[in-house]
Design a protein around this ligand. Sequence first.
Ligand code: AVJ
Length: 354
Amino acid sequence: MFNPPCAPHPASSPASALEPHGTALRATTPDPGTSALRLVTGRVHTHAARRASLLAGLLERPARIAPKFFYDAQGCALYGAICELQEYYPTRTERALLERHRAAIARHLPRGAQWVDLGCGDGSKSLPWLAAIQARRYVGVDVSPTWLARAAQAVEAARSDIECVGVVTDFEEPLDLHPVLSERPHAPPVLFYPGSSIGNFEPQAAAGLLVSFARHTGPEGALLIGADLVKDRALLEAAYDDALGVTAAFNRNVLRVVNRELDANFEPRAFDHVARYDAAHQRIEMRLVSRRPQEVRLGKEVRHFEAGESILTEYSHKYTVEAFEAMLRAAGYGQVRHWTDPHGWFAVFLARAS
Ligand code: AVJ
């Protein structure tokens, strides 16, 4: 799971448009009404593969649902609301951090770069940077063609001279942007990965993702990445279990996605939203906990849930500056800078080969 597709993003796109095509990237042209966006289809799961992985997770003990399934249209709307909540500090803290230090950060970024917006959503987080570093090309990367087209429209509205390419790819698959990036060999890639979405990955997978980033940025490029920092349990748990219940609705909504994807009959109200901070693993663990013994049909399967039995829906790992810097160095980045907010709640890192 990369970045929430919608600013985060409606995950499911019409299957026909997304049939994987071996590993080669395949160019498709979106409907002309949108933009001069060139759309390239990367590694995407077929609908059948998506359903199979969803079913397999639910039949496991304990059951689990991958966070990418949060982001249907309703999930995107709820995530957008989460980002505006008082308790959910990451979005506004990162935004203020990037605004405050944009000039200092841009000084360390290559000019005339390809700006690679990982999990771009509507592209809004990237717009100020395209000018700041005179980017030559915008490469949106997302699981949803709909969001890619929206991001391209926003970019073209801001910078009509910039080339836009959209790559549809599922972030559960290894990232392979080399064919697209090598089309502009003289424009070093700057990979932009905000929002602490790396937190959804377990440590080994996160380390693997950073290695793949380092392979893509190469000797001339750079990675600009946001990471939420370890802090007081009460602050963290409030951010994932807000008083209004928006995060609870976001979490329960995934059961509606499952009902659609698997012809299931989950009753979202029959599950409690629980968000706990696990200090040993330095992560928020979000779960849906069965309020009573219940049978749930999952297509042809039936899954029994005991009262109190949980479904894991998301990990959100938190980092210390030292630990995250060490992860970037271990991934091959020789030069790492970081900026934090006055509270020390969130950090952005700029990593380069040397
Ligand atoms: C989009 C994955 C960064 O983990 O903080 C927000 C998603 N989950 N509230 C996060 C989320 C619950 C968010 N990320």
